[in-house]
Design a protein. Structure first.
Length: 590
């Protein structure tokens, strides 16, 4: 490492999308188009054959990559590659390219460029971030087709080995290739928590921070850099003391690594049981979660089954998927959140995109408005729940009327299954509280449902009117805002009064900095991403409920998030410093 002067050190906050610490030299990844030389189209037939041959080559590449990852240790890789095969074979991609060739008399390269821009642009406007991020998968497939037309196979150079790789945006296949080079960390300007690239970084245990702007214009390639994936921080030209401080933390503080053993207990030092569950998108992810200490699937995001906008899986396809989830979860059970999507994802019609989709026809509102797909989903869940432990979770509930309407539809579909002689189970029904009106009516909602789930990510955004992925307002995204903490307490109290379980989901549940606060506020069930489970169980086993309750009382009357954060940092340092990864208590938290 260069012995950079302390005065040259520069720290930039971003969004931590994959845990761990990476130290290395800065290398830029430039994913520019290959600038193909346009050639005259010889004939529509010849050009169509060229794109067909290119598609066959891409298909072979993808199948080869899938075969290389058959061990099951990295299920997201196969899942993403399978999606890209679907884009190649079952979407309108190749057909649209061939139509451009015939209708406009252009060559395969030109047709590919026209169609790629149209499809990527359309996907990029989808409101739901989970689906919007799939524009990179479409771009990935088109990039492979472009390379295949030139007779090339995409490969990466070894210069990325041990480096901090910075890019505007990374395609999923690039991340898979980068893993072979062994980068120390990843920095991107774009890419949220739900992007396939971020999912892969977490699964491949590569520290990654996104939302870091203008790296190439501000820093020289080859300078030293640190990626702090625990706190969403990137340090450029770090001082020698900073390098030594981070180096002392070990190779990685990722919960997916070996730093934390799976503790045998599932509760606090004073004997209070705290259930730790997993948030998953695919069945293959749960075995790793179970080995890490997960006790069931607290949140299965059913919209992950939607490969592209408008392609809603059939009742039979959903039934198969839900049975798989129930089978892997076993007696610990799975809570299936019904489709948490907007109208454009449901219809696949980009013209139906709303001006403000976050406040529009989405989630449970959409399910009650467009009932055909909701009824099919309910029938699939009811059938899958036969002899299994499956619960139904209704997303973004804003009041009792939505719960009652949904329960009436569920009862109607039970009656329909009875009329057709189709056996089914009796899943419990829960409501997800993540908007202010849901918080204010949580006592009434709790009396109508079997359990409550508290979605902290959206709760913070809707309470504070902040888009968490918008870096221009990042400083206003305050998880410890008094309104957030009071809302959490209100919902937990509502569940306790009604005798109903309250499951806390979201990044607060998976962050060691916030978990003691949640427990002090009364939380007894947490659900989080797989790579947080070991670390959170380790933390829980070293604290007591009495002390966590004392902490919650200390911050109850704080007027700002900064005041609250200061008290937490001081309390943790005094009582539980050994339970936290080194450096975590010194960082600013969002």
């Amino acid at each position: 490492m260069n012995d950079a002067a302390a005065t040259s050190e520069r720290r930039i906050n971003g969004l931590a999308v994959s845990h761990g610490i990476g130290i290395g030299r800065l290398v830029f990844f430039l994913d520019d188009p290959s600038h193909l030389t346009s050639i005259a189209a010889t004939s529509p037939e010849v050009e169509a054959e060229r794109i067909s041959s290119a598609a066959a080559s891409c298909r072979a590449q993808l199948n080869s990559l899938i075969a290389a990852n058959q061990s099951g240790e990295q299920p997201a890789i196969k899942d993403i590659l399978d999606l890209q095969l679907l884009i190649l074979d079952q979407s309108s991609l190749i057909g649209k390219i061939e139509a451009q060739i015939v209708e406009n008399g252009v060559n395969a390269e030109s047709a590919l460029k026209i169609v790629a821009e149209e499809l990527v642009g359309r996907q990029s406007t989808v409101a739901d971030p989970h689906l919007r991020e799939k524009h990179l998968d479409i771009a990935d497939v088109c990039n492979r087709l472009e390379a295949a037309l030139q007779g090339l196979v995409p490969t990466l150079e070894n210069k990325y080995s041990g480096a901090i790789v910075a890019a505007r945006e990374l395609r999923p296949s690039v991340m898979i290739e980068l893993k072979k080079c062994g980068p120390a960390g990843i920095i991107t300007e774009r890419g949220g928590w739900t992007s396939h690239t971020s999912i892969l970084a977490r699964e491949l245990i590569i520290p990654m921070v996104s939302g870091v702007q203008a790296v190439s214009g501000s820093f020289a390639e080859g300078c030293d850099a640190i990626v702090d994936g625990e706190n969403g921080l990137v340090i450029f030209a770090p001082s020698k003391s900073t390098v030594n401080e981070y180096a002392s933390m070990g190779v990685s503080t990722s919960a997916g690594g070996s730093e934390f053993d799976v503790v045998s207990t599932s509760g606090t030092m004073d004997g209070q049981r705290i259930a730790v569950r997993a948030n998953v998108d695919i069945p293959e992810a749960y075995p790793l979660a179970r080995r890490s200490g997960a006790e069931g699937i607290g949140l299965f995001r059913s919209e992950s089954l939607i490969s592209q906008p408008g392609q809603i899986p059939s009742e039979a396809q959903q039934l198969t998927a839900y049975r798989q989830m129930a089978e892997v979860a076993g007696e610990d059970g799975v809570r299936i959140r019904t489709f948490d999507i907007g109208i454009d994802q449901l219809s696949g019609n980009v013209s139906r995109t709303e001006v403000n989709p976050s406040l529009g026809l989405r989630s449970i509102r959409l399910s009650l408005h467009e009932q055909v797909h909701f009824r099919a989903q309910i029938r699939a869940i009811l059938q899958a729940s036969l002899n299994t432990k499956i619960d139904i979770l209704l997303p973004m509930v804003s009041g009792v009327s939505e719960v009652v309407a949904a329960q009436n539809l569920i009862d109607e579909e039970r009656g329909r299954l009875i009329d057709h002689g189709i056996p089914f189970g009796t899943p419990r029904v829960g409501a997800m509280i993540e908007v202010p009106s849901g918080v204010m009516t949580s006592r009434e909602i709790a009396r109508k449902v079997d359990f409550i789930a508290l979605g902290t990510n959206d709760l913070v955004q809707y309470l504070l009117a902040i888009d968490r992925d918008n870096e221009s307002v990042a400083e206003w995204y305050q998880t410890l805002h008094p309104a957030v903490l009071r809302s959490i307490r209100e919902v937990i109290n509502a569940g306790e009064e009604a005798g109903k379980q309250v499951l806390v989901c979201g990044e607060m549940a998976g962050s060691p900095f916030y978990v003691p606060v949640l427990i002090g506020l009364g939380a007894r069930e947490l659900s989080m991403n797989v790579n947080s489970i070991k670390q959170i169980r380790h933390l829980i086993s070293g604290i007591t409920v009495d002390r966590a309750t004392e902490l919650a009382a200390k911050i109850a009357h704080c007027e700002t998030s900064e005041e609250t954060e200061g008290i937490l940092r001081s309390f943790y340092t005094q009582h539980w410093a050994d339970l936290f990864p080194q450096g975590l208590l010194d960082a600013k938290h969002r």
